[in-house]
Design a protein around this ligand. Structure first.
Ligand SMILES: NC(=O)c1ccc[n+]([C@@H]2O[C@H](COP(=O)([O-])OP(=O)(O)OC[C@H]3O[C@@H](n4cnc5c(N)ncnc54)[C@H](OP(=O)(O)O)[C@@H]3O)[C@@H](O)[C@H]2O)c1
Length: 287
């Protein structure tokens, strides 16, 4: 059985949808905090069990019989995510899982100032010690373009801190690729250790402004905001200072080049070109 955690979240639910197209439903289980949110999967024959990383006893039940587990990284920056991931990995190993896939992040390497990188590196180290096969899915940034670019359609400018090249990636492509790996559709190839799943090309906000100008026929400017000015602006619109400073580290990591590498592996796994930043921007404008 393939057990997917986080199946009521964006990436996990899309992965299950893709898995349902590849393997029989009775080979798929989900471990979710809120089983009511996964009723649509139960209705289609997926095993739905309650499980949270805070509750190893519940995970023992929701991971039972798992040959593979997709461990979706937690999303609460105030939680001890490394400890929670460690506990979940121990339960997966005890349940007999032969491979654990974990949603890491592109650029999870020493020196990256974005704090989530520490969580991912530490979890990858736990996986490396786990004694079972593992894959760290170092996913490219797949936040929505609203989150990434701000209100440029209204203001005519992309006004964000200094950035660097990033292969902004479509979460739907990542979910499809994870399902391909879990289903064994690329069994000629091993996916051991960290792998980068990113869009084919890294772009900057300057590139986005040029693409947006071409797509809209308007002149979209790129304005580089001073870091502290940006933090102050975020606070002024109601973002907690801690959250704004957390996000600022992401821009600092991008300008230092930690997210700069685009990797062809996602295209290979999908058997087609992943969606590019320009594709996504065109859809975003049309929506
Ligand atoms: N690469 C990127 O650009 C990027 C962007 C955002 C996030 N991420 C990371 O990648 C993960 C998946 O992304 P996403 O877009 O699917 O995020 P999402 O929609 O927020 O989903 C996160 C999932 O994790 C589950 N979860 C969180 N804490 C948990 C816990 N303690 N025990 C069990 N389940 C827990 C959530 O459960 P509920 O449904 O019950 O809330 C949810 O289903 C995120 O959690 C985050 O770590 C990556």
């Amino acid at each position: 059985m393939i057990v997917v955690t986080g199946a009521t979240g964006g990436l996990g639910s899309a992965t299950v949808e893709n898995l349902l197209q590849r393997v029989p439903a009775d080979r798929i289980g989900v471990s979710v905090r809120n089983v009511a949110g996964a009723r649509h999967f139960a209705d289609r024959g997926v095993r739905v069990r309650q499980g949270s990383y805070e509750d190893p006893a519940a995970l023992r039940d929701s991971f039972a019989g798992a040959e593979q587990v997709l461990l979706v990284s937690g999303n609460d920056p105030a939680a001890d995510l490394i400890g929670l991931h460690r506990d979940a990995i121990e339960v997966a190993v005890a349940a007999g899982a032969q491979r654990i896939l974990y949603t890491s992040q592109q650029g999870a390497v020493p020196g990256n100032p974005y704090p989530a990188s520490e969580t991912h590196m530490a979890t990858e180290a736990v996986l490396a010690e786990s004694g079972v096969a593992w894959t760290a899915l170092r996913n490219g940034a797949y936040g929505t373009l609203d989150q990434v670019l701000g209100p440029w359609q209204r203001t005519g400018e992309i006004a964000q801190p200094e950035d660097g090249p990033v292969p902004y990636t479509d979460r739907a492509d990542v979910a499809e690729a994870i399902a391909v790996i879990l289903a064994g559709d690329r069994s000629y190839r091993s996916f051991d250790g960290p792998i980068n799943l990113t869009a084919p090309t890294a772009v900057t906000f300057d590139d986005f402004a040029a693409i947006a100008s071409e797509l809209t026929g308007r002149t979209i400017e790129r304005t580089v905001l001073d870091d502290e000015q940006w933090v102050a602006d975020q606070i002024a619109i109601g973002v907690p200072e801690q959250a704004a400073r957390f996000m600022l580290t992401w821009y600092q990591a991008s300008r230092a080049g930690y997210f700069a590498d685009a990797d062809p592996l996602l295209a290979e796994i999908l058997g087609r070109e992943p969606r590019s930043a320009a594709d996504r921007l065109a859809d975003h404008i049309a929506a």
